[in-house]
Design a protein around this ligand. Sequence first.
Ligand SMILES: CC(C)(COP(=O)(O)OP(=O)(O)OC[C@H]1O[C@@H](n2cnc3c(N)ncnc32)[C@H](O)[C@@H]1OP(=O)(O)O)[C@@H](O)C(=O)NCCC(=O)NCCS
Length: 371
Amino acid sequence: MEPEMRFEQVDGPRSRQCKQCKLSLDVAGETVGRAEINDLTMRLASAWVRMGGIANVVVQSQHRGKGYASRLMREAVSYMEREGYAVSILFGIPDFYHRFGYVPVTSEYNVSVAVRDTERLSATTTVREAQQEDHAGLLDLYTRANARRSGAVRRTRVFYAALADEVWWGHPTRILVAGETGHPTGYMLLEGDPASLSVMDVIVPAEHVATAGASLIAWLGQEALARRRERLRLPVPPDEPLVGLLRGIGCKVETTYPANYGGMGRIVDLAALATAIKPAIADRIQTLPVEARPGRVELDCPDTGQAHLEFGSGSLLTIRLPQQQLLQLLMGYRGIDELWREHGGDDAGDLAAIRALFPAGYPHMWELDHF
Ligand SMILES: CC(C)(COP(=O)(O)OP(=O)(O)OC[C@H]1O[C@@H](n2cnc3c(N)ncnc32)[C@H](O)[C@@H]1OP(=O)(O)O)[C@@H](O)C(=O)NCCC(=O)NCCS
């Protein structure tokens, strides 16, 4: 009997404030496999783009190996194409999702500090539990601090309220803030279980690192000392201003680049992506010397198609890469030089201009936003 695909629109989790499309694959009235697409908005090349967050891809164990997950994934990508999504992201098992055009686009970061070294910091700001009045300020801190962070998901004020209501493993999530009520200057969000001391979000803008940042880390150091911990672990990208402070007191910074698993993405609709990032790229072009400013950028994926971004007078800048590597470049996951060595053709093009417009960085989706 032919498997039948069903699509159902539902509301996503309250903290995410998004719609969700549930895909079910039925055979003879029985659901044999499922997947979900979360309708989210994500930072990419400093712009906001529509992103389909794929989650909960599962096939019943007795029906595995029959191509059902492949059918679900192909249908999910076609659905996102029809609906005008620019890109899709998922957190994948090893060596599976490359079949559907996905490639790693975010790394895993681990910054660790010896607890005794946190005593080198002076806590000048009081650290306290967040109140409801802080939620707007927390959202503002998160949004400002991640304005240029590819991979960061758009949050709403409800996000913090919903987390405060949520209970994980019997312990409510803790949000610790520095600054006066209603005017937080930095915050740290810990998983519910205090014994695990697991930090999920640390948001401190550059201007508050010396005050709020130092106080939050000193507070965490005290807590770790009481729990007989030797090291603090923070899941923060190495270019966060807070890591600059930690370098001053001694720290270890690890970045893991997964071969074919973890935070992976693909371009869904190149034209929609080009339209979404165009204003942000126009701003970047303005930072180049006049003679180096392109008037037109052509994104050329030999396997998927082309898109053009028009900026006025100036030369043509062509970026010719497979879909997967183009997304790695636009996300800042890899730089043009290494990508060109592996995937470029004979004509190296204007690498200096591409390097300036699409610099390599540290894309990141904070753990609380994973799906
Ligand atoms: C992973 C899972 C969804 C695959 O479902 P499935 O219907 O058996 O997959 P398919 O039959 O469509 O297999 C497609 C291809 O993937 C390969 N594959 C299947 N399971 C795989 C796995 N766990 N890891 C890597 N490759 C796998 C198959 O060999 C096949 O390869 P081919 O195209 O080269 O022949 C299923 O095993 C499952 O539900 N696992 C538990 C839940 C899970 O881990 N989900 C993924 C969360 S990110």
